[in-house]
Design a protein around this ligand. Structure first.
Ligand code: GLN
Length: 520
Protein backbone atom coordinates (compact mmCIF):
# COMPACT_ATOMS: atom_id res chain seq x y z
CA UNK A 1 0.00 0.00 0.00
CA UNK A 2 1.00 3.58 -0.51
CA UNK A 3 0.57 6.57 1.77
CA UNK A 4 0.68 9.93 0.03
CA UNK A 5 1.19 12.78 2.48
CA UNK A 6 -0.45 15.47 0.32
CA UNK A 7 -3.81 17.04 1.16
CA UNK A 8 -5.79 16.15 -1.96
CA UNK A 9 -8.34 13.46 -1.16
CA UNK A 10 -7.19 11.46 -4.18
CA UNK A 11 -5.26 12.21 -7.36
CA UNK A 12 -8.50 12.05 -9.42
CA UNK A 13 -8.79 15.81 -9.75
CA UNK A 14 -5.07 16.61 -9.97
CA UNK A 15 -3.57 17.72 -13.28
CA UNK A 16 -1.80 14.95 -15.18
CA UNK A 17 1.10 17.40 -15.58
CA UNK A 18 1.44 17.74 -11.80
CA UNK A 19 0.83 14.25 -10.69
CA UNK A 20 1.22 11.92 -13.64
CA UNK A 21 -1.28 9.22 -14.43
CA UNK A 22 -4.27 8.43 -12.26
CA UNK A 23 -4.22 4.67 -11.80
CA UNK A 24 -7.65 3.05 -11.51
CA UNK A 25 -8.23 -0.13 -9.50
CA UNK A 26 -10.98 -2.73 -10.02
CA UNK A 27 -13.11 -1.16 -7.30
CA UNK A 28 -12.93 2.20 -9.04
CA UNK A 29 -10.46 4.03 -6.80
CA UNK A 30 -8.46 6.77 -8.48
CA UNK A 31 -5.00 6.21 -7.08
CA UNK A 32 -1.33 7.12 -7.30
CA UNK A 33 0.52 5.73 -10.30
CA UNK A 34 2.82 3.74 -8.02
CA UNK A 35 -0.07 1.33 -7.47
CA UNK A 36 0.27 0.48 -11.14
CA UNK A 37 3.87 -0.57 -10.53
CA UNK A 38 2.80 -2.61 -7.51
CA UNK A 39 0.23 -4.54 -9.57
CA UNK A 40 2.59 -4.98 -12.52
CA UNK A 41 5.37 -6.39 -10.34
CA UNK A 42 3.48 -8.37 -7.71
CA UNK A 43 0.19 -9.27 -9.45
CA UNK A 44 -1.56 -8.32 -6.19
CA UNK A 45 -5.14 -7.10 -6.62
CA UNK A 46 -5.29 -3.64 -5.13
CA UNK A 47 -8.23 -1.49 -4.10
CA UNK A 48 -9.00 1.89 -2.53
CA UNK A 49 -7.73 0.41 0.74
CA UNK A 50 -4.24 0.35 -0.72
CA UNK A 51 -3.83 4.10 -1.26
CA UNK A 52 -4.39 6.75 1.41
CA UNK A 53 -3.66 10.44 1.26
CA UNK A 54 -3.60 12.82 4.21
CA UNK A 55 -6.66 14.48 2.66
CA UNK A 56 -8.66 11.25 2.67
CA UNK A 57 -7.64 10.40 6.24
CA UNK A 58 -8.67 13.84 7.46
CA UNK A 59 -11.92 13.66 5.51
CA UNK A 60 -12.74 10.46 7.36
CA UNK A 61 -11.68 11.82 10.75
CA UNK A 62 -13.66 15.04 10.32
CA UNK A 63 -16.77 13.09 9.29
CA UNK A 64 -16.42 11.01 12.47
CA UNK A 65 -15.94 14.14 14.56
CA UNK A 66 -19.07 15.75 13.08
CA UNK A 67 -21.05 12.58 13.82
CA UNK A 68 -19.93 12.78 17.42
CA UNK A 69 -17.96 9.52 17.30
CA UNK A 70 -15.19 10.98 19.47
CA UNK A 71 -17.64 11.60 22.33
CA UNK A 72 -16.57 15.16 22.89
CA UNK A 73 -12.85 14.43 23.20
CA UNK A 74 -10.24 16.74 21.67
CA UNK A 75 -9.30 15.25 18.28
CA UNK A 76 -5.54 15.32 17.70
CA UNK A 77 -2.84 14.16 15.27
CA UNK A 78 -1.60 11.77 17.95
CA UNK A 79 -3.47 9.52 18.63
CA UNK A 80 -6.43 10.09 16.29
CA UNK A 81 -4.69 10.56 12.95
CA UNK A 82 -1.99 8.01 13.72
CA UNK A 83 -4.67 5.50 14.82
CA UNK A 84 -6.44 5.89 11.48
CA UNK A 85 -3.14 5.29 9.67
CA UNK A 86 -2.47 2.16 11.71
CA UNK A 87 -6.01 0.89 11.15
CA UNK A 88 -5.56 1.37 7.40
CA UNK A 89 -2.36 -0.71 7.48
CA UNK A 90 -3.95 -3.45 9.57
CA UNK A 91 -6.88 -3.67 7.19
CA UNK A 92 -4.76 -4.55 4.15
CA UNK A 93 -2.60 -6.89 6.23
CA UNK A 94 -5.48 -9.19 7.15
CA UNK A 95 -5.14 -11.95 4.57
CA UNK A 96 -1.54 -11.66 3.46
CA UNK A 97 1.86 -12.87 4.67
CA UNK A 98 3.55 -9.51 4.32
CA UNK A 99 2.13 -6.02 3.83
CA UNK A 100 4.54 -3.68 2.06
CA UNK A 101 3.74 -0.10 3.03
CA UNK A 102 5.33 2.80 1.20
CA UNK A 103 5.33 6.26 2.73
CA UNK A 104 5.78 8.81 -0.03
CA UNK A 105 7.75 12.02 0.32
CA UNK A 106 11.09 12.68 1.96
CA UNK A 107 12.17 12.21 5.56
CA UNK A 108 11.87 15.56 7.30
CA UNK A 109 8.74 16.69 5.41
CA UNK A 110 6.15 18.14 7.78
CA UNK A 111 3.37 16.30 5.95
CA UNK A 112 4.88 12.85 6.38
CA UNK A 113 5.42 13.10 10.15
CA UNK A 114 2.11 11.47 11.22
CA UNK A 115 2.85 8.52 8.91
CA UNK A 116 6.35 8.14 10.36
CA UNK A 117 4.96 8.22 13.87
CA UNK A 118 2.36 5.58 12.91
CA UNK A 119 4.94 3.17 11.49
CA UNK A 120 7.15 3.74 14.55
CA UNK A 121 4.21 2.70 16.72
CA UNK A 122 3.57 -0.35 14.52
CA UNK A 123 6.99 -1.69 15.45
CA UNK A 124 6.23 -1.09 19.12
CA UNK A 125 2.97 -2.99 18.80
CA UNK A 126 4.04 -5.88 16.60
CA UNK A 127 7.63 -6.35 17.73
CA UNK A 128 10.96 -6.28 15.90
CA UNK A 129 10.64 -9.71 14.37
CA UNK A 130 7.35 -8.78 12.67
CA UNK A 131 8.35 -5.43 11.25
CA UNK A 132 11.06 -4.19 8.96
CA UNK A 133 12.07 -0.67 7.99
CA UNK A 134 13.56 -0.19 4.54
CA UNK A 135 14.86 3.29 3.85
CA UNK A 136 15.61 4.56 0.36
CA UNK A 137 18.54 6.98 0.36
CA UNK A 138 20.77 8.74 -2.11
CA UNK A 139 24.47 8.11 -2.73
CA UNK A 140 25.43 10.64 -5.39
CA UNK A 141 28.58 10.44 -7.50
CA UNK A 142 30.38 13.77 -7.63
CA UNK A 143 31.95 13.85 -11.06
CA UNK A 144 34.45 16.65 -10.36
CA UNK A 145 35.88 14.82 -7.36
CA UNK A 146 35.35 11.37 -8.88
CA UNK A 147 33.88 10.08 -5.64
CA UNK A 148 30.69 8.73 -4.16
CA UNK A 149 29.28 10.75 -1.27
CA UNK A 150 27.74 8.97 1.71
CA UNK A 151 26.78 12.16 3.56
CA UNK A 152 23.18 12.48 2.22
CA UNK A 153 22.52 8.92 3.37
CA UNK A 154 24.01 9.57 6.81
CA UNK A 155 21.93 12.71 7.18
CA UNK A 156 18.61 11.19 6.26
CA UNK A 157 19.20 8.22 8.56
CA UNK A 158 20.01 10.68 11.35
CA UNK A 159 16.77 12.49 10.60
CA UNK A 160 14.86 9.18 10.79
CA UNK A 161 16.54 8.29 14.07
CA UNK A 162 15.43 11.59 15.55
CA UNK A 163 11.82 10.50 15.08
CA UNK A 164 12.49 7.12 16.57
CA UNK A 165 12.95 4.95 13.50
CA UNK A 166 16.07 2.85 13.02
CA UNK A 167 16.11 1.51 9.46
CA UNK A 168 17.05 -2.16 9.01
CA UNK A 169 17.87 -2.05 5.32
CA UNK A 170 19.18 0.86 3.26
CA UNK A 171 18.43 0.89 -0.46
CA UNK A 172 21.05 3.29 -1.74
CA UNK A 173 20.07 4.96 -5.00
CA UNK A 174 23.20 5.38 -7.04
CA UNK A 175 24.46 5.26 -10.60
CA UNK A 176 27.22 2.72 -9.92
CA UNK A 177 27.92 -0.28 -7.73
CA UNK A 178 28.93 0.51 -4.17
CA UNK A 179 32.27 -1.02 -3.24
CA UNK A 180 32.66 -2.96 -0.02
CA UNK A 181 34.45 -0.15 1.82
CA UNK A 182 31.71 2.37 1.01
CA UNK A 183 29.06 -0.09 2.19
CA UNK A 184 30.98 -0.67 5.44
CA UNK A 185 31.31 3.06 6.01
CA UNK A 186 27.55 3.56 5.52
CA UNK A 187 26.80 0.55 7.74
CA UNK A 188 29.02 1.88 10.52
CA UNK A 189 27.60 5.40 10.48
CA UNK A 190 23.99 4.32 10.08
CA UNK A 191 23.85 1.45 12.55
CA UNK A 192 22.98 -1.31 10.10
CA UNK A 193 24.67 -4.58 9.14
CA UNK A 194 27.10 -4.44 6.18
CA UNK A 195 24.89 -6.84 4.23
CA UNK A 196 21.93 -4.51 4.76
CA UNK A 197 23.49 -1.72 2.69
CA UNK A 198 22.14 -2.40 -0.77
CA UNK A 199 23.23 -0.96 -4.09
CA UNK A 200 20.06 0.29 -5.75
CA UNK A 201 21.73 1.14 -9.02
CA UNK A 202 20.01 2.87 -11.93
CA UNK A 203 18.89 0.33 -14.51
CA UNK A 204 18.04 0.78 -18.16
CA UNK A 205 14.81 -1.18 -17.80
CA UNK A 206 12.67 -1.09 -14.67
CA UNK A 207 12.02 -4.82 -15.18
CA UNK A 208 15.64 -5.49 -14.27
CA UNK A 209 14.98 -4.38 -10.71
CA UNK A 210 13.83 -7.76 -9.32
CA UNK A 211 16.99 -9.41 -10.68
CA UNK A 212 19.30 -6.67 -9.43
CA UNK A 213 17.82 -6.81 -5.93
CA UNK A 214 17.89 -10.61 -5.89
CA UNK A 215 21.55 -10.37 -6.83
CA UNK A 216 22.15 -8.08 -3.86
CA UNK A 217 20.35 -10.57 -1.62
CA UNK A 218 17.51 -8.24 -0.62
CA UNK A 219 14.87 -10.98 -0.67
CA UNK A 220 16.93 -13.31 1.55
CA UNK A 221 17.64 -10.48 3.95
CA UNK A 222 13.97 -9.47 4.18
CA UNK A 223 12.97 -13.05 4.98
CA UNK A 224 15.70 -13.31 7.57
CA UNK A 225 14.64 -10.08 9.28
CA UNK A 226 11.00 -11.17 9.35
CA UNK A 227 11.88 -14.70 10.47
CA UNK A 228 10.10 -16.23 7.54
CA UNK A 229 10.76 -19.32 5.47
CA UNK A 230 10.19 -19.30 1.73
CA UNK A 231 10.43 -21.60 -1.24
CA UNK A 232 13.52 -21.37 -3.44
CA UNK A 233 13.39 -18.31 -5.57
CA UNK A 234 12.51 -18.78 -9.22
CA UNK A 235 13.53 -15.83 -11.32
CA UNK A 236 13.37 -17.53 -14.70
CA UNK A 237 10.37 -15.51 -15.89
CA UNK A 238 11.99 -12.19 -15.01
CA UNK A 239 15.25 -13.38 -16.57
CA UNK A 240 13.36 -14.14 -19.75
CA UNK A 241 11.79 -10.65 -19.77
CA UNK A 242 15.13 -8.96 -19.25
CA UNK A 243 16.70 -11.13 -21.94
CA UNK A 244 13.99 -9.96 -24.33
CA UNK A 245 14.54 -6.34 -23.34
CA UNK A 246 18.20 -6.54 -24.33
CA UNK A 247 17.92 -8.88 -27.32
CA UNK A 248 15.06 -7.64 -29.51
CA UNK A 249 14.80 -9.10 -33.00
CA UNK A 250 13.58 -5.81 -34.48
CA UNK A 251 11.89 -2.50 -33.68
CA UNK A 252 8.23 -1.50 -33.88
CA UNK A 253 7.30 2.19 -34.06
CA UNK A 254 4.06 3.45 -32.57
CA UNK A 255 2.78 7.01 -32.87
CA UNK A 256 0.70 8.13 -29.89
CA UNK A 257 -1.50 11.12 -30.68
CA UNK A 258 -2.57 12.73 -27.43
CA UNK A 259 -2.61 15.88 -25.37
CA UNK A 260 -0.46 15.34 -22.33
CA UNK A 261 2.34 13.89 -24.40
CA UNK A 262 5.16 16.14 -23.21
CA UNK A 263 4.91 14.59 -19.77
CA UNK A 264 5.33 10.85 -20.16
CA UNK A 265 4.25 10.01 -16.61
CA UNK A 266 0.70 11.01 -17.50
CA UNK A 267 0.52 7.86 -19.65
CA UNK A 268 2.64 5.59 -17.47
CA UNK A 269 0.54 2.41 -17.68
CA UNK A 270 -0.08 2.94 -21.37
CA UNK A 271 3.62 3.09 -22.08
CA UNK A 272 4.30 0.01 -19.96
CA UNK A 273 1.46 -1.93 -21.62
CA UNK A 274 2.92 -1.16 -25.05
CA UNK A 275 6.32 -2.34 -23.82
CA UNK A 276 4.70 -5.60 -22.64
CA UNK A 277 3.02 -5.99 -26.02
CA UNK A 278 6.34 -5.44 -27.81
CA UNK A 279 8.25 -7.82 -25.51
CA UNK A 280 5.67 -10.54 -26.27
CA UNK A 281 6.89 -10.39 -29.90
CA UNK A 282 10.52 -9.91 -28.94
CA UNK A 283 10.48 -6.36 -30.27
CA UNK A 284 11.97 -3.11 -29.13
CA UNK A 285 9.32 -0.45 -28.77
CA UNK A 286 9.86 2.97 -30.25
CA UNK A 287 7.15 5.39 -29.15
CA UNK A 288 6.76 8.78 -30.77
CA UNK A 289 4.55 11.15 -28.81
CA UNK A 290 2.65 13.40 -31.17
CA UNK A 291 0.94 16.51 -29.78
CA UNK A 292 -2.57 16.29 -31.27
CA UNK A 293 -2.98 20.05 -31.50
CA UNK A 294 0.14 20.23 -33.63
CA UNK A 295 -1.56 18.21 -36.38
CA UNK A 296 -4.33 20.73 -36.89
CA UNK A 297 -3.99 22.56 -40.21
CA UNK A 298 -6.23 24.75 -42.36
CA UNK A 299 -9.02 22.99 -44.27
CA UNK A 300 -7.56 21.12 -47.24
CA UNK A 301 -3.96 21.46 -46.06
CA UNK A 302 -2.61 17.94 -45.87
CA UNK A 303 0.79 18.81 -44.44
CA UNK A 304 -0.06 16.97 -41.21
CA UNK A 305 0.22 13.69 -43.11
CA UNK A 306 3.99 14.04 -43.11
CA UNK A 307 3.87 13.91 -39.29
CA UNK A 308 1.89 10.68 -39.36
CA UNK A 309 3.96 8.86 -41.93
CA UNK A 310 6.34 6.13 -40.94
CA UNK A 311 4.46 4.66 -38.00
CA UNK A 312 3.69 0.97 -37.81
CA UNK A 313 0.66 1.72 -35.66
CA UNK A 314 -1.26 4.75 -34.41
CA UNK A 315 -2.82 5.01 -30.98
CA UNK A 316 -5.09 7.67 -29.48
CA UNK A 317 -5.16 7.32 -25.68
CA UNK A 318 -7.54 8.62 -23.02
CA UNK A 319 -7.95 12.29 -22.26
CA UNK A 320 -10.35 15.02 -21.21
CA UNK A 321 -11.42 18.31 -22.75
CA UNK A 322 -11.63 19.80 -26.20
CA UNK A 323 -8.05 20.69 -26.92
CA UNK A 324 -6.45 18.57 -29.64
CA UNK A 325 -9.60 16.71 -30.68
CA UNK A 326 -9.51 17.87 -34.31
CA UNK A 327 -5.89 16.70 -34.55
CA UNK A 328 -6.85 13.28 -33.20
CA UNK A 329 -9.63 13.06 -35.80
CA UNK A 330 -7.10 13.76 -38.58
CA UNK A 331 -4.81 11.03 -37.25
CA UNK A 332 -7.68 8.54 -37.05
CA UNK A 333 -8.87 9.33 -40.56
CA UNK A 334 -5.32 8.80 -41.78
CA UNK A 335 -5.06 5.42 -40.00
CA UNK A 336 -8.49 4.33 -41.25
CA UNK A 337 -7.96 5.30 -44.89
CA UNK A 338 -4.34 4.19 -45.19
CA UNK A 339 -5.08 0.94 -43.30
CA UNK A 340 -2.50 1.65 -40.59
CA UNK A 341 -3.25 -0.44 -37.46
CA UNK A 342 -5.22 1.76 -35.05
CA UNK A 343 -5.97 1.36 -31.37
CA UNK A 344 -8.25 3.87 -29.63
CA UNK A 345 -8.53 3.85 -25.86
CA UNK A 346 -11.44 5.60 -24.13
CA UNK A 347 -11.22 9.07 -25.72
CA UNK A 348 -9.49 7.27 -28.60
CA UNK A 349 -12.59 5.14 -29.13
CA UNK A 350 -14.93 8.11 -28.83
CA UNK A 351 -12.93 10.12 -31.39
CA UNK A 352 -12.84 7.07 -33.71
CA UNK A 353 -16.66 7.03 -33.59
CA UNK A 354 -16.87 10.77 -34.27
CA UNK A 355 -14.46 10.48 -37.20
CA UNK A 356 -16.47 7.61 -38.67
CA UNK A 357 -19.77 9.44 -38.22
CA UNK A 358 -18.40 12.56 -39.90
CA UNK A 359 -16.41 11.12 -42.79
CA UNK A 360 -18.10 7.81 -43.55
CA UNK A 361 -21.71 8.21 -42.42
CA UNK A 362 -21.70 11.81 -43.62
CA UNK A 363 -22.80 13.57 -40.44
CA UNK A 364 -20.40 16.47 -40.82
CA UNK A 365 -21.25 17.99 -37.45
CA UNK A 366 -21.08 14.79 -35.43
CA UNK A 367 -19.34 15.31 -32.12
CA UNK A 368 -19.26 14.45 -28.44
CA UNK A 369 -21.37 16.68 -26.22
CA UNK A 370 -18.18 17.06 -24.16
CA UNK A 371 -16.60 19.13 -26.97
CA UNK A 372 -19.73 20.71 -28.48
CA UNK A 373 -22.78 20.66 -26.20
CA UNK A 374 -24.96 22.03 -29.03
CA UNK A 375 -24.00 19.48 -31.68
CA UNK A 376 -26.97 18.22 -33.73
CA UNK A 377 -25.37 14.75 -33.80
CA UNK A 378 -24.11 13.80 -30.37
CA UNK A 379 -22.60 10.46 -31.27
CA UNK A 380 -20.94 10.49 -27.86
CA UNK A 381 -22.94 11.82 -24.92
CA UNK A 382 -23.43 11.73 -21.17
CA UNK A 383 -25.77 8.78 -20.90
CA UNK A 384 -25.52 8.50 -17.13
CA UNK A 385 -26.60 12.08 -16.61
CA UNK A 386 -29.65 11.55 -18.80
CA UNK A 387 -30.60 8.56 -16.70
CA UNK A 388 -30.19 10.46 -13.45
CA UNK A 389 -27.25 8.35 -12.30
CA UNK A 390 -25.17 11.48 -11.93
CA UNK A 391 -27.14 12.60 -8.90
CA UNK A 392 -26.16 9.44 -7.09
CA UNK A 393 -22.72 10.78 -6.39
CA UNK A 394 -19.83 9.76 -8.63
CA UNK A 395 -19.81 11.60 -11.92
CA UNK A 396 -17.66 9.07 -13.70
CA UNK A 397 -18.04 5.46 -14.71
CA UNK A 398 -15.15 4.10 -12.69
CA UNK A 399 -13.56 0.73 -12.07
CA UNK A 400 -14.28 -2.75 -13.37
CA UNK A 401 -17.35 -3.37 -15.56
CA UNK A 402 -18.24 -6.59 -17.33
CA UNK A 403 -18.34 -6.61 -21.12
CA UNK A 404 -19.90 -9.15 -23.46
CA UNK A 405 -18.02 -9.71 -26.69
CA UNK A 406 -19.79 -10.54 -29.96
CA UNK A 407 -18.74 -13.73 -31.74
CA UNK A 408 -16.83 -13.49 -35.03
CA UNK A 409 -15.25 -10.16 -34.23
CA UNK A 410 -11.66 -9.02 -33.95
CA UNK A 411 -12.32 -8.40 -30.25
CA UNK A 412 -13.37 -12.01 -29.81
CA UNK A 413 -10.32 -13.25 -31.67
CA UNK A 414 -8.10 -11.07 -29.47
CA UNK A 415 -9.57 -12.11 -26.12
CA UNK A 416 -10.53 -15.66 -27.06
CA UNK A 417 -13.61 -15.40 -24.83
CA UNK A 418 -16.98 -13.71 -24.71
CA UNK A 419 -17.07 -12.27 -21.17
CA UNK A 420 -14.37 -9.91 -19.99
CA UNK A 421 -13.97 -7.32 -17.25
CA UNK A 422 -12.03 -4.09 -17.74
CA UNK A 423 -11.50 -0.83 -15.87
CA UNK A 424 -13.17 2.45 -16.72
CA UNK A 425 -12.65 6.16 -16.05
CA UNK A 426 -14.87 8.41 -18.16
CA UNK A 427 -18.14 10.34 -18.25
CA UNK A 428 -19.26 10.05 -21.86
CA UNK A 429 -20.59 7.05 -23.81
CA UNK A 430 -21.44 5.96 -27.33
CA UNK A 431 -24.99 7.00 -28.22
CA UNK A 432 -26.90 3.93 -29.38
CA UNK A 433 -29.31 6.12 -31.38
CA UNK A 434 -26.50 6.22 -33.95
CA UNK A 435 -25.90 2.49 -33.92
CA UNK A 436 -28.01 1.83 -36.99
CA UNK A 437 -26.42 4.35 -39.40
CA UNK A 438 -22.92 3.62 -38.09
CA UNK A 439 -23.16 -0.15 -38.42
CA UNK A 440 -24.88 0.16 -41.80
CA UNK A 441 -21.84 2.17 -42.93
CA UNK A 442 -19.45 -0.57 -41.81
CA UNK A 443 -18.57 -0.05 -38.15
CA UNK A 444 -19.08 -3.03 -35.85
CA UNK A 445 -20.01 -2.84 -32.21
CA UNK A 446 -18.10 -5.79 -30.84
CA UNK A 447 -18.53 -5.36 -27.10
CA UNK A 448 -21.24 -4.01 -24.77
CA UNK A 449 -22.15 -4.31 -21.11
CA UNK A 450 -24.22 -7.52 -20.67
CA UNK A 451 -27.44 -5.48 -20.33
CA UNK A 452 -26.64 -3.73 -23.60
CA UNK A 453 -26.68 -0.24 -22.11
CA UNK A 454 -23.10 0.79 -22.71
CA UNK A 455 -21.06 0.23 -25.84
CA UNK A 456 -17.61 -0.98 -24.82
CA UNK A 457 -15.81 -1.90 -28.05
CA UNK A 458 -16.02 -0.93 -31.71
CA UNK A 459 -14.06 -2.09 -34.74
CA UNK A 460 -13.88 -1.83 -38.53
CA UNK A 461 -14.11 -5.24 -40.18
CA UNK A 462 -12.78 -3.97 -43.54
CA UNK A 463 -9.57 -2.72 -41.94
CA UNK A 464 -6.70 -5.06 -40.95
CA UNK A 465 -6.65 -3.83 -37.34
CA UNK A 466 -8.85 -0.96 -36.22
CA UNK A 467 -10.22 -1.29 -32.73
CA UNK A 468 -11.47 1.02 -30.00
CA UNK A 469 -12.44 0.34 -26.42
CA UNK A 470 -14.27 2.52 -23.91
CA UNK A 471 -12.22 1.06 -21.04
CA UNK A 472 -8.53 1.29 -20.13
CA UNK A 473 -6.90 -2.09 -20.76
CA UNK A 474 -3.46 -0.62 -19.95
CA UNK A 475 -4.24 -0.81 -16.23
CA UNK A 476 -4.30 -4.60 -16.31
CA UNK A 477 -1.28 -5.34 -18.46
CA UNK A 478 1.78 -6.85 -16.79
CA UNK A 479 5.23 -7.74 -18.12
CA UNK A 480 4.63 -11.41 -17.32
CA UNK A 481 1.04 -11.21 -18.59
CA UNK A 482 0.86 -8.81 -21.54
CA UNK A 483 -2.68 -7.62 -22.21
CA UNK A 484 -4.13 -9.26 -25.36
CA UNK A 485 -5.26 -5.91 -26.82
CA UNK A 486 -1.72 -4.54 -26.63
CA UNK A 487 -0.07 -7.79 -27.69
CA UNK A 488 -2.20 -8.06 -30.82
CA UNK A 489 -2.04 -4.34 -31.67
CA UNK A 490 1.77 -4.35 -31.52
CA UNK A 491 1.79 -7.62 -33.50
CA UNK A 492 -0.44 -6.17 -36.22
CA UNK A 493 1.61 -2.96 -36.26
CA UNK A 494 4.85 -4.87 -36.71
CA UNK A 495 3.38 -6.98 -39.52
CA UNK A 496 2.15 -3.83 -41.24
CA UNK A 497 5.57 -2.18 -40.78
CA UNK A 498 7.44 -5.12 -42.27
CA UNK A 499 5.12 -5.16 -45.28
CA UNK A 500 5.34 -1.40 -45.72
CA UNK A 501 9.13 -1.46 -45.63
CA UNK A 502 9.27 -4.33 -48.11
CA UNK A 503 6.93 -2.48 -50.49
CA UNK A 504 9.02 0.66 -50.23
CA UNK A 505 12.16 -1.25 -51.13
CA UNK A 506 10.56 -2.81 -54.20
CA UNK A 507 9.28 0.55 -55.40
CA UNK A 508 12.73 2.02 -54.95
CA UNK A 509 14.33 -0.81 -56.91
CA UNK A 510 11.70 -0.60 -59.68
CA UNK A 511 12.24 3.11 -60.03
CA UNK A 512 15.95 2.60 -60.14
CA UNK A 513 15.61 0.19 -63.06
CA UNK A 514 13.20 2.30 -65.05
CA UNK A 515 15.15 3.76 -67.96
CA UNK A 516 15.37 7.49 -68.14
CA UNK A 517 14.32 8.12 -64.53
CA UNK A 518 16.74 9.58 -62.10
CA UNK A 519 14.36 9.74 -59.18
CA UNK A 520 15.14 6.98 -56.70
N1 GLN B 1 -13.29 12.63 -21.86
C1 GLN B 1 -13.89 11.37 -22.14
C2 GLN B 1 -14.99 11.04 -21.15
O1 GLN B 1 -15.04 11.60 -20.09
C3 GLN B 1 -12.85 10.27 -22.17
C4 GLN B 1 -12.22 10.00 -20.86
C5 GLN B 1 -10.99 9.13 -20.96
O2 GLN B 1 -10.41 9.00 -22.02
N2 GLN B 1 -10.57 8.55 -19.87
O3 GLN B 1 -15.80 10.17 -21.41
Amino acid sequence: MKFDPYLNVDPGTMSPFQHGEVFVTDDGAETDLDLGHYERFTHAKLSRDNNWTTGRLYEQIIAKERRGDYLGKTVQVIPHVTNEIKAAMKKVAQDVDVAIVEVGGTVGDIESLPFMEAIRQMRQELGREHTLFVHVTLVPFIAAAQELKTKPTQHSVKELLSIGIQPDILLCRTDRFLAKDIKSKIALFCNVADEAVITAKDVASVYEVPLVFANEGVDTLVLKCLHMEAKDRDLSKWEDIVHRVYNPKDTVTIGIVGKYVEYEDSYKSLKEALVHGALAHNLKLQINWIEAEGLETAEGDKSYEAQLEGYDGILVPGGFGKRGIEGMLLAIRYAREKKVPYFGICLGMQTACIEFARNVVGLAEANSSEFDPATPHRVIYKLRELRGVEELGGTMRLGAWPCKIEPNTLAHKIYGKSEISERHRHRYEFNREYEEPMTAAGMRISGSTPDGTYVEMVELPDHPHFIGCQFHPEFKSKPLEPHPLFRTFVGAAYEYGVKRRAEKETTAVEMFHRPGKVRV
